[in-house]
Write a protein that binds this ligand. Structure first.
Ligand SMILES: *[C@@H]1O[C@H](CO)[C@@H](O)[C@H](O)[C@H]1NC(C)=O
Ligand SMILES: *[C@@H]1O[C@H](CO)[C@@H](O)[C@H](O)[C@H]1NC(C)=O
Ligand SMILES: *[C@@H]1O[C@H](CO)[C@@H](O)[C@H](O)[C@H]1NC(C)=O
Ligand SMILES: *[C@@H]1O[C@H](CO)[C@@H](O)[C@H](O)[C@H]1NC(C)=O
Ligand SMILES: *[C@@H]1O[C@H](CO)[C@@H](O)[C@H](O)[C@H]1NC(C)=O
Ligand SMILES: *[C@@H]1O[C@H](CO)[C@@H](O)[C@H](O)[C@H]1NC(C)=O
Ligand SMILES: *[C@@H]1O[C@H](CO)[C@@H](O)[C@H](O)[C@H]1NC(C)=O
Length: 402
């Protein structure tokens, strides 16, 4: 009987000791799976319990970790990219090992990220508030943001910049500017980690002030609409009591250029996609006209929205329509305002008899299952000053921070 009990105890003890050792887990600290060249990261092998272990790593990266539980990478490079897994070997009993952990993938990119700065709305009346948004490719991964004001010098194509109030290392990826009343530019960049790693600066977004109708200089577009088909001929005409004109443009990629096909005060364009941009007239003596947004459609067979290029005054009437390359569409057009369907019937036009501020926003049309691009329709109050701020992307050399 006693012998039997002894045997039972022995069996129990054996069972306890032969419990499979716990499975290790690999963690990344910080837990970002996308790392940029130069960042600091620790790869750690964790095994539950009090047992003392030696550690072994297996990886297909070019650089192998030493046999320790922690592998600290002080300045990561793409040769640290790879799958990592580890196992433990009991210090007291060399032949006892854990199984392999699951693999964890570390990706180190050699490209320095450049965040993208966006603004909404991009046309606004002086004094209105505007929200800037700074986006990095992997948004959730612990970035903080730095906001700068850039002071442009168009003749030098350069600008200097300074930190905005409360613009240093904020956790928010947006920054609100209240009461924008003068030409100014903004850039952001992001940083994270300890020691802190910084992204490049974004392209700068500049609020340029333009005067609307009845200023000394004005710009008319023919045909008078925002969207155009490719190979349309479009003319931009500068008006005002000046002898010399140039038509200038910021394209979507932030480049500033001058119209090369000027006939007198008119710039003629045979449209291609690269003509999309914000245009304005500048007189020889430096008078600016209002600015217009021209979009050249990329889908050859789809419809375009016919909407006014200049802001509409409150109380005025406006008519939006839809057009194919070959003809204006006369019936059964659906219209959307800020992505909401607002007219779905047999009519071909969207008529607003007295425009109000709430009509401002993005419009698009849809015809027989095909949608146009959307365009911003700006509404200005009768009392508003005849100037507005248009945000344009600019590629400028950024000079010293101060
Ligand atoms: C490591 O192996 C994984 C899976 O086989 C593969 O997707 C990855 O590209 C490899 N990485 C390197 C750096 O060889
Ligand atoms: C145009 O400008 C010239 C010189 O500045 C001035 O003499 C002339 O009266 C102006 N004409 C009009 C129509 O304003
Ligand atoms: C546009 O194209 C037409 C015909 O293809 C040509 O006659 C005209 O000169 C071109 N205009 C410009 C501004 O390139
Ligand atoms: C438009 O209205 C028709 C008939 O009222 C309906 O069948 C159709 O689904 C509507 N279309 C959309 C996009 O809502
Ligand atoms: C819209 O207004 C235009 C004039 O601005 C008019 O010719 C047209 O008939 C109107 N369309 C509808 C559907 O009311
Ligand atoms: C110009 O129009 C395009 C397309 O509608 C829009 O994405 C862009 O924000 C507009 N630009 C400005 C400065 O309003
Ligand atoms: C602004 O333009 C309106 C017409 O659109 C004109 O009546 C008004 O006098 C202008 N205001 C200023 C300050 O120039």
């Amino acid at each position: 009987m006693l012998a039997f009990l002894k045997l039972l105890v022995c069996l129990l003890i054996a069972a306890v000791f032969s419990l499979p050792p716990p499975k290790p887990t690999v963690t990344l600290q910080p837990s970002w799976t996308q790392i940029y060249s130069g960042e600091t990261v620790t790869v750690r092998c964790e095994i539950q319990g009090d047992t003392e272990w030696d550690y072994e790593w297996e990886t297909n990266s070019t650089i192998k970790p030493a046999n320790q539980n922690e592998y600290r990478i002080r300045s990561a490079s793409s040769s640290n990219s790879g799958n990592y897994r580890c196992k433990g070997r009991m210090k007291s009993s060399w032949h006892k090992t854990t199984e392999w952990s699951d693999s964890v993938t570390l990706t180190v990119s050699d490209n320095k990220p450049r965040p993208v700065l966006t603004v909404s709305p991009s046309w606004l009346s002086p004094g209105a508030s505007v929200t800037l948004n700074c986006q990095v490719e992997h948004p959730s991964a612990g970035w903080s943001f730095y906001w700068y004001k850039a002071v442009p010098d168009l003749s030098e194509k350069s600008s200097s910049y300074e930190l905005l109030p409360d613009g240093s290392g904020t956790a928010q990826d947006s920054y609100i500017i209240h009461g924008q009343t003068h030409t100014a530019g903004y850039v952001c960049r992001a940083g994270r980690g300890d020691p802190e790693y910084h992204t490049d600066h974004t392209l700068s977004l500049h609020c340029m002030l333009f005067s609307d109708v009845h200023s000394a200089a004005s710009l008319t577009v023919s045909p008078d609409r925002v969207q155009h088909f490719t190979s349309d001929s479009v003319s931009l005409t500068c008006e005002g009591n000046f002898t010399e004109w140039r038509v200038r443009k910021f394209s979507e990629d932030g480049r500033l250029s001058d119209c090369r096909r000027m006939t007198g005060s008119t710039c003629n364009i045979n449209t291609s996609e690269s003509d999309t941009g914000v245009y304005w007239c500048e007189s020889g003596s430096g008078e600016f006209s209002s600015a217009v947004n021209i979009t050249v459609q990329n889908d050859g067979n789809g419809p375009i929205l016919v909407s006014p290029v200049h802001p509409v005054t409150e109380g005025a009437s406006v008519s939006l329509s839809c057009s194919l390359r070959t003809q204006k569409i006369l019936s059964n057009v659906f219209f959307y305002h800020n992505d909401k369907l607002i007219q779905n019937d047999t009519r071909g036009e969207l008529n607003i008899s007295a425009v109000s501020k709430s009509d401002e926003g993005f419009y698009k049309c849809q015809y027989s299952g095909r949608e146009s691009a959307q365009s911003w329709m700006s509404v200005k109050g009768q009392q508003d000053q005849n100037i507005s701020c248009v945000f344009v992307k600019m590629i400028l050399m950024l000079e010293k921070e101060h």
